[in-house]
Ligand binder design. Structure first.
Ligand code: NGQ
Ligand code: ZN
Length: 455
């Protein structure tokens, strides 16, 4: 039985653009069928319907420090000085703060075109490093925030044991993150009970980086969790990390991953910025997904991912908002393409072939890679997929006379978030003409949390 139907003037399907379509949604929130024309009592939503985007990499708490890390420090600024500032904020955050910040962030994600997030959550313990009464407290707060908004979420709790390659002792400022194998498996067990009760929630594992876990520790933990749970790991983001890896083992970080683990579509390599041509081809061939966070990578001065070579080798990709410096699928895809144009002195670097739309190619790649990366049944407007739809405002002046791929390219390269008008998640019409039913309450709590973190 259908529980709802929506009618759109234009829809992007796996078979291309269709006009004048009714989408029927089954009681489980998945699409049952697409029919031509207006059917039954469908709700008419004006605009251009495209699949909503998965956001594969989020650290919700970092939303607190926006605008507070863009001032030069006393010495040379780098990723590593930013990280110290970020740790400082992280040590002050209470569970209520995290829930309030995450709810506002997830609402912004929803309003920008994302319908699900992979939350790479590593604030496990109290500020002094001792366990919460419920060791999953902080991750549960993120799940509650996503539930309040209606956003899909894949909780990806972090395994974090060390501060550098070869199992170096953690820093005092990392005390909220640190778990051993047993601690992590206990956390994972609690979270798996929670996510089973919510059809929009999934669970994965995030070995933080090859700095924070050893291959032996990761193998031990992987043996204790379901074999299909997605695995996300930060890798080769910074030149110093590559150099430290070589100094420790003679191998670069991506080489280490490829040698130590059977990479496959279960794995998402977050950033993978610094790769040799051989690593680039090997990562692509492994089936792993590159989880790119282009605006964060630019903000942190990471470097440029070799996307042209990676795509030429057939590599899968996805996008993430990471530090939340920007929350916008359009802007992250734009930044990804622009980084390649700046590097290669070309245009339409990632279009994938003559006469193809760059925006469409990138959007579809990030839909497929993203859905797989966070194990959510989304990414296409077609029967069997969850009914997760973003609607672009076809009455916006920027879209005058623009249809199909030209409308998508206008959104991605010029319009950004203001063009996203409606959002449907699992067949629920959650954002209606840019408004969400809970937005005032969510914003009120966010403001009072944020005010505590003004310095
Ligand atoms: C993180 N962020 O886990 O939030 C990291 C910083 C680290 C990015 N890598 C910490 N962008 O990598 O050690
Ligand atoms: Zn990250």
């Amino acid at each position: 039985m259908d529980t709802s139907r929506f009618h759109f003037g234009a829809v992007l399907t796996p078979d291309g653009w269709r006009e004048d379509v009714t989408i029927s949604v089954a009681s489980d929130g998945c699409i049952r069928q697409l029919q031509n024309g207006y059917c039954g009592n469908a709700r008419r939503i004006r605009g251009i319907a495209i699949p909503a985007m998965p956001n594969v990499h989020s650290h919700a708490h970092q939303r607190l420090m926006l605008g507070l890390a863009e001032r030069a420090g006393p010495g040379a600024d780098s990723f590593w000085t930013w990280r110290e500032a970020m740790y400082g904020f992280s040590l002050r955050l209470q569970p209520d703060d995290l829930e309030a910040v995450a709810a506002q962030l997830y609402l912004e994600m929803l309003k920008s075109g994302f319908s699900a997030v992979g939350e790479f959550q590593y604030l496990h313990h109290q500020p002094d490093g001792s366990a919460y009464a419920n060791p999953a407290e902080m991750s549960l707060r993120c799940l509650a925030a996503a539930d309040a908004v209606g956003l899909g979420i894949t909780m990806i709790p972090t395994l974090y044991a060390y501060s550098g390659f070869g199992g170096q002792a953690p820093l005092a400022s990392q005390r909220r993150f640190i778990t051993d194998a047993d601690g992590f498996l206990g956390l994972f067990e609690r979270l798996s009970i929670q996510v089973k009760a919510n059809s929009l929630q999934r669970l994965g594992i995030a070995p933080h980086s090859l700095r924070a876990v050893t291959p032996a520790l990761l193998r031990e933990v992987l043996a204790g969790i379901p074999p299909a749970a997605p695995v996300h790991i930060h890798v080769a983001e910074q030149v110093k990390e590559v150099n430290d890896s070589i100094a420790f083992s003679g191998l670069r970080p991506v080489e280490t991953l490829l040698r130590e683990f059977p990479l496959s579509g279960r794995w998402t390599a977050i950033h993978a910025t610094h790769m040799t041509p051989a690593e680039t081809v090997a990562l692509a061939a492994s089936g792993a997904i590159a989880g790119l966070c282009p605006t964060t990578e630019a903000n942190l001065g990471d470097g440029i991912f070799p996307a042209v070579a990676y795509r030429a080798a057939g590599g899968a990709l996805a996008i993430g908002s990471d530090s939340q410096i920007t929350v916008s699928p359009a802007e992250d895809l734009r930044m990804l393409e622009y980084s390649q144009r700046l590097q290669e002195h070309t245009r339409n670097a990632l279009a994938g072939g003559p006469n193809r739309s760059t925006g469409r190619t990138l959007y579809e790649a990030a839909l497929a890679g993203g859905a797989q990366s966070i194990c959510q049944p989304m990414g296409a407007i077609a029967p069997g997929y969850r009914c997760d739809i973003a609607v672009l405002d076809d009455a916006h002046p920027l879209l005058a006379g623009r249809t199909r791929d030209a409308a998508l390219d206008t959104w991605i390269f010029s319009g950004g978030n203001t063009l996203v008008k409606d959002m449907v998640v699992a067949g629920r019409h959650l954002v209606d003409d840019r408004h969400h039913a809970q937005e005032h309450e969510i914003e009120r709590k966010f403001r009072s949390a944020l005010e505590k973190f003004a310095t």
